[in-house]
Design a binder for this molecule. Structure first.
Ligand code: ZN
Ligand code: ZN
Ligand code: ZN
Ligand code: ZN
Length: 801
């Protein structure tokens, strides 16, 4: 998904394998990106473009005039089954395929407003009603819509406006006696009901609870750093020839302190699942729900009521404003390229968007930077080649005296300030020498193919300051000089992304709609570049936690950090999720370094190879089994031994059985699920350690099953066992522990075990707030539970779990 689709990848790699050896050597050994790009792009042939076009045509990115009716009917089917959320998404898909000012689009908006009404989303419902009207909602259907509008206003407590709408509706009825009689009667009756509702509401006190989200103030940095934008004054930027740039604590930092709050310089929504390959049998339209159906294409905000781009079907936004901004910033160029960008992958897309955003900064500076890429290494200063590779992008032109000075730390401006801008993005290392030649060819060739689709003319219009005459001489005639410069910049970003891309994640609640305990799963929402977050080095046992709210990243201390200590975060391979060999392999291949963090050093020297949560135990005495191919009991008085293969296949069998139980659980066969899980538990006890991951999963599922039965006591017992295992594996203040405590709080809350619930809520809040800001859904839910429990009248003898 980051890289181009497989078909394109293998096509390009085949091309690479057929190149003469001399050219392969040139690409392998070239030090400058411009040399690599020019070499690779010169091999782009018309047939390659035809092949790319063919691949990209399989994506549904254009508006299809037949789609709105299909999606509206599918939506109506879900609506009838009372799946209003599902219906909303399908109507949104219908909207995204409709042209503006058509009956199609107005009907889809109107139907979506009905679904949103049932979901209690009255504000957005009103917006959709207005949208339906703007696009020409048919006159014959007006009364239904006016009635819904009045109902929304009543629900929102906007009674004056509601009364006005009701008045309009009444005069509409008197003016239009031609309405079908039966239809007329139904509407009249609904109107009467509504009038009664208004009267009832008016007699009630007019206070409405303030939305809980408004109570919480936005989380902000205590004091902003003068040297690094978006960072707190508790950190400082250092540099070292071995480590590069890194952040260090300037004072003692407490757990939970916010250290960085940064908006992405660039972010690209992850399209989610790839299109299904259709063989003419099933429908050509996709009814699955993807990231693009639930999140704004620009600001990533979660929304059920998206507004589509007028020109394509894949870009959908949270609001008209976001749509307009995206259009001005980048979408006017990207709109027609949807299929190409999906084929070439997110890295290529992010690279393009970075360069498009660059033009809003000091254009002259950006161009000089890009020209440096050429001039320093290819044209003007060939003697520099033999020098130790200087970081030529460190050079900033001093505007005042025209002298070139070197700033102390790369990416900083002339005053030594590091900001979230294109300058900082450009300074991120592409690690050109570490990538394989095939990878460099794939990236450069893909960028060259993308450049072909970008009209040179449009770029010239965007970059009026770009003088091409100087560069013309050295360029190949394949692409215009302007596009070559942009191509090199994009190639640089594409290579940077492998080490610097940040996956923007969100917590999505999983499980069926009916399940009582909400379980959550982290999903990747987008890919972004955050220059300040990029300053953090990696540790497998980091001292910070990174979280996201829309396109902003926050870095909070997850433990105490003493003055002078380095601020570290985890790039993915965390000590509680991967063993040391796996982590080292991942960090070496993706990030090109050997990890020497304390966790890695400890594990390298440890003799017992496997952690407790993966250990097998003795069938007869329960001691931990040790060894590699043949395991023997760790207890001296016991002589049990067994082959690893045997235990591994038993474990696989057990996992299959747990899978069967989960299926039963999902289909609501609770008693059967519990029976199956208890059997699995007995089996697990005979060969797995008490803290084994699978044992924990069984406990968790049992808790879920008992909760669904309403047996809160049993549910809490099992959840507490699972909690202890999560603590062993991930530590008492880990995110995983926070999620598990949240579940336990829900169970106690539902079981009215008030002291236990309050106690667990407090613990969960404490752990989660170290990792997330106050806007986090789970933290808000905990607050609601707490205030609800504290508002309860004191009960003398409370039923307890
Ligand atoms: Zn938005
Ligand atoms: Zn578009
Ligand atoms: Zn490590
Ligand atoms: Zn034994």
């Amino acid at each position: 998904m980051d890289l181009p689709v497989d078909e394109w990848k293998s096509y390009v790699l085949k091309k690479w394998s057929l190149l003469p050896l001399s050219i392969q050597v040139t690409v392998s050994t070239a030090k400058s990106l411009s040399a690599i790009f020019l070499q690779c792009s010169s091999h782009l042939q018309p047939e390659d473009e035809i092949f790319l076009k063919r691949l990209s045509s399989s994506y549904l990115v254009e508006k299809d005039p037949d789609a709105p009716l299909f999606y509206r009917e599918e939506g109506n089917r879900k609506f009838q089954r009372k799946d209003y959320k599902g219906a909303t998404v399908l109507y949104s898909k219908g909207i995204s395929h409709s042209r503006p000012n058509t009956e199609d689009i107005s009907l889809c908006y109107a139907n979506r407003s009905a679904a949103l009404f049932h979901l209690g989303q009255y504000e957005v419902c009103l917006k959709d009603i207005i949208r339906a009207q703007i696009h020409g909602y048919p006159e014959r259907l007006q009364p239904k819509m006016m009635l819904r509008k009045a109902e929304c206003l009543v629900a929102l407590g906007r009674l004056q406006e509601a009364n006005q709408s009701i008045g309009e509706l009444e005069s509409y009825f008197t003016a239009t006696p031609t309405l079908a009689a039966s239809h007329f009667q139904i509407l009249q009756r609904n109107l009467c009901h509504l009038k009664i509702k208004v009267q009832e509401k008016e007699t009630l006190t007019e206070t409405f609870p303030v939305a809980l989200t408004d109570v919480f103030k936005d989380m902000n940095l205590q004091e902003e750093n003068e040297q690094i934008s978006s960072a707190s004054s508790s950190v400082t930027l250092c540099t070292d020839p071995l480590k590069g740039r890194y952040l260090v604590a300037t004072k003692d930092i407490l757990p939970g302190e916010l250290l960085v709050k940064e908006d992405a310089f660039v972010s690209v929504l992850n399209p989610g699942e790839m299109p299904q390959v259709h063989h003419g049998l099933e429908s050509k339209w996709d009814t699955r729900v993807t990231n693009g159906d639930l999140h704004c294409h620009r600001c990533l905000k979660h929304t059920l009521a998206t507004v589509p781009c007028d020109g394509c079907s894949y870009a959908k936004y949270c609001s008209q404003e976001c749509m307009q901004q995206a259009w001005e910033l980048y979408h006017s160029i990207e709109c027609a390229l949807g299929g190409i960008l999906l084929t070439l992958g997110i890295f290529c897309h992010t690279a393009l968007r970075s360069t498009l955003l660059a033009r809003f900064e000091d254009t002259g500076r950006v161009i000089r930077k890009l020209c440096h890429e050429f001039s320093y290494q290819d044209i003007y200063l060939p003697e520099k080649k033999n020098e130790k590779k200087t970081l030529y992008y460190d050079l900033e032109e001093n505007e005042e005296n025209g002298k070139i000075v070197e700033t102390p730390i790369s990416g900083c401006n002339i005053n030594g300030k590091y900001e979230n801008n294109y300058n900082a993005i450009f300074s991120l290392l592409p690690h050109t020498e570490n990538h394989s030649p095939e990878h460099k060819f794939l990236c450069a060739f893909s960028v060259a193919a993308l450049c072909r689709h970008l009209e040179a003319a449009s770029f010239q219009a965007l970059m009026p300051g770009l003088k091409s005459s100087k560069l013309k001489a050295v360029m190949t005639p394949m692409l215009s000089p302007e596009l070559n410069i942009w191509g090199v910049a994009m190639l640089r970003h594409m290579l940077q992304l492998q080490c610097n891309a940040q996956a923007i994640t969100t917590i999505r609640q999983t499980g069926s709609r009916e399940s009582v305990i909400t379980d959550s799963r982290q999903v990747r929402l987008a890919t972004g570049l955050f220059p300040v977050v990029s300053l953090l080095n990696h540790s497998c046992s980091p001292n910070t936690s990174v979280a996201f709210i829309n396109t902003a990243a926050t870095v909070q201390a997850s433990q105490q950090i003493v003055k002078g200590q380095e601020i570290l975060h985890c790039y993915g391979p965390h000590e509680s999720r991967m063993d040391v060999a796996e982590r080292q392999q991942k960090l070496r291949s993706q990030y090109f370094f050997e990890c020497n963090c304390p966790a890695c050093q400890n594990e390298k020297h440890r003799t017992t190879a496997r952690p407790r949560w993966e250990a097998f135990c003795c069938n007869s005495c329960r001691a931990t089994m040790q060894g590699d191919d043949v395991l023997s009991c760790g207890s001296r008085s016991c002589t049990e031994s067994v082959s690893r293969d045997h235990l591994v296949s038993r474990l696989q069998g057990l996992q299959r059985q747990v899978g069967v139980a989960q299926k039963l659980l999902r289909s609501g066969k609770l008693e059967q699920a519990i029976q199956q899980l208890l059997e699995c538990q007995r089996d697990a006890e005979s060969f797995l350690s008490a803290e084994h991951i699978v044992v924990g999963r069984i406990e968790d599922d049992l808790a879920q099953a008992y909760a669904a039965l309403g047996d809160w006591g049993m549910s809490a017992t099992h959840l507490q066992k699972s909690l202890r295992m999560v603590e062993v594996r991930h530590g008492p203040s880990s995110i995983e522990m926070g999620h598990e405590l949240f579940k336990l709080a829900q169970v106690f809350f539902n079981g009215f075990a008030i002291p236990e619930a309050l106690n667990t809520i407090q613990k969960a809040e404490k752990v989660l707030s170290v990792h997330y800001g106050p806007w986090n859904d789970e933290i808000q839910e905990l607050q609601k539970m707490k205030s609800c429990l504290l508002d309860l009248p004191p009960i003398p003898v409370g039923p307890s779990v």
